[in-house]
Design a protein around this ligand. Structure first.
Ligand code: SF4
Ligand code: ZN
Ligand code: ZN
Length: 323
C-alpha cells in the first residue's frame, strides 16, 4: 500500500520508524540534512571553527558528509578542505582517490591527497607483513589515517577534523570496547573529541546519529559519486568462511536488532552519551613529549610516536634490515 509523506502530499519513499515519519524524496533529503545540523548544534561541533578539514574516503558516509557540510559551511562562512588518504591498496585506492576528486570538483572544494607511500610503505605492504608486525592490517591502517589527518590539519591550521562515522559504526565500537573492558577507547567515541592547541586537532562526528542506510539513500537520491568497491582487507570480503568474522557478525546482529526493534541503536548510543560517558572519567591527552622523529606528541617511553615507530619497522622489514 502506498503512503503519503508525513509533510506533504507526495508519495513516501522511505520510513523513519524511530521518528514515526514517512518521507518523500525532498523531505527525506531535508530530514538527513536537518538531523546532521541538529547534532552539530547540540554538541557545538563548529564552535570557533574557521577552517574545517573533512576526511573523504569516497565511501557513502564521507560523500554524504562532505555534501552536507559544504552547505552548512557555506552558510556559516567556514573555510573547508577535503582530504583523501591514498592508502596504496591495489585495485581499491585509485578508485577512492578518483571518486573523492570528482566529488570535490563538483562541489568546488579544495582537495588534498596524502599518499602513505610518501612515508616509504603502503597498506598492501602492511598486509603482507601483518604476521611479523603482530598487528592486524586494519589497526595499522587506522593509526596511519588518524596520524596523517591530524598532521595535515595542524599544517593547514584547521580548527576541526570531521569524519564520517555513523550510528552503527559507533554502536559497534562501543560494544566491542565494552566487551574487552576498554573504557579509554569508549571515551574516545563521543560526538566530539577535544583537541589540544598545536598538538591535536578537535575531531567531530556529525553523522553520529545517522543510520548507514540513510546515508546510502541520501547519496543515491542526489546521484553523488561513490566508491563501489569494498576494501579487499575488510571483513566483509571474507564472507565465504563458514564462521563469519566477529566484528562483521556483531554489526549484522546489531542492524538486525534495530530492524526488529526500531530505535534500539539510536537510544543505545544516545544513552551512552547522556548517561554512561559522564560517569567515565574523560582524560585529556596523557603526559606527552614530542616525537624525536616528527615532533608530534607521543606518550611512548622511547620518545617515538606510534606512527614513526610502525613506519620505521615496516621500512626495515621491507628492506630486509630486520628479520
Ligand atoms: Fe584500512 Fe581497508 Fe581495513 Fe578499512 S578495511 S581499515 S581501508 S585496511
Ligand atoms: Zn514530502
Ligand atoms: Zn613521530
Amino acid at each position: 500500500m502506498k503512503h503519503s509523506c508525513t509533510f506533504c502530499t507526495e508519495e513516501a519513499i522511505v520510513s523513519v520508524p524511530h521518528r514515526g515519519l514517512r518521507l518523500c524524496r525532498y523531505h527525506f533529503i531535508n530530514y538527513v540534512e536537518t538531523e546532521v545540523e541538529n547534532v552539530i548544534a547540540r554538541y557545538s561541533m563548529l564552535e570557533d571553527v574557521r577552517k574545517l578539514l573533512v576526511a573523504v574516503s569516497g565511501g557513502k558516509d564521507s560523500v554524504a558528509l562532505l555534501h552536507i557540510l559544504s552547505k552548512i559551511c557555506e552558510r556559516k562562512k567556514i573555510d573547508i578542505i577535503a582530504v583523501t588518504i591514498d592508502l596504496g591498496i591495489e585495485g581499491y585506492s585509485d578508485e577512492c582517490v578518483r571518486v573523492a576528486r570528482e566529488l570535490c570538483h563538483m562541489l568546488g572544494i579544495r582537495h588534498v591527497i596524502l599518499r602513505v607511500s610518501d612515508h616509504g610503505f603502503t597498506i598492501d605492504d602492511v598486509k603482507e607483513l601483518e604476521h611479523r608486525l603482530r598487528r592486524p592490517v586494519c589497526a595499522v591502517c587506522g593509526l596511519v589515517k588518524r596520524y596523517l589527518l591530524n598532521k595535515v590539519a595542524l599544517q593547514e591550521r584547521c580548527d576541526a577534523i570531521a569524519t564520517g562515522h555513523n550510528l552503527i559504526d559507533v554502536a559497534q565500537y562501543l560494544v566491542i570496547n565494552f566487551l574487552s573492558g576498554n573504557l579509554e577507547a569508549m571515551q574516545k567515541l563521543l560526538p566530539v573529541t577535544p583537541g589540544e592547541e598545536g598538538v591535536l586537532v578537535r575531531r567531530i562526528r556529525p553523522l553520529y546519529f545517522i543510520h548507514e542506510k540513510e546515508t546510502k539513500l541520501y547519496v543515491e537520491l542526489l546521484g553523488l559519486p561513490v566508491v563501489q568497491r569494498v576494501c579487499p582487507y575488510s571483513e566483509r570480503q571474507t564472507r565465504h568462511r563458514r564462521k563469519p568474522p566477529f566484528q562483521e557478525y556483531l554489526r549484522a546482529m546489531l542492524l538486525d536488532l534495530d530492524d526488529r526493534y526500531p530505535g534500539t541503536l539510536f537510544h543505545f548510543v544516545e544513552n551512552f552519551v547522556r548517561k554512561v560517558a559522564p560517569v567515565l572519567r574523560i582524560e585529556s591527552l596523557k603526559e606527552y613529549t614530542k616525537c624525536k622523529i616528527c615532533g608530534l606528541p607521543t606518550s611512548r617511553s622511547d620518545g617515538i610516536c606510534a606512527f614513526c615507530h610502525i613506519a620505521g619497522l615496516i621500512r626495515e622489514l621491507k628492506s630486509g634490515r630486520r628479520n
